[in-house]
Design a protein. Sequence first.
Length: 190
Amino acid sequence: MSQNSDSIDKMMYSFVVEDVLKGVFVYVPPGYVACVYDLGRGVLKKVYAPGLHLKIPFWQKAKLFNTQTLEYAISKDVTLENPRALGDVPITCVTSDDKNIRVEATVLLRLNVHQIPAIWQAIGEDFVEKIVRPTIQSRARMVASRYSASEITQTKREEVEDNLKAELERIFSPRGIHVENVLLSEVCHA
């Protein structure tokens, strides 16, 4: 009976140590930051850089955010089974000469480290489906409507990319999302 009691004691001890110690420490890997939600004060404004940090177990919850360049792929290879997926299916647009085109592209994004607490507080963890995807779809359609199909596919491709980047940056920047680049990969008739 004492051997059985010892194994139960060891199991309880390991459970408590594991639960409490993991609740005390926040490990932030390179390329990420952590934000902390405090039950009494809400989302704290302090952002934890890569390293090991302390938090109050059971009272504070830490959430990791990726601060590396994020690749938002617009491609026929993307499936939207997961609405939080960082990508979209090709966007159908109407050009200035009333032609339907299908646009595939890559948008390179990065979260502003100092605005991540505000993003988490105001938008939530699902900022891709709430802000990023609808904005990219809307702005791509708007920019495409300014050009003819031949201009987008041949003569003014770089200008289209620059205009789309500027439009996205105008909307994303105040929300803490930086647009590094917009790269059209394929434009074809729909």
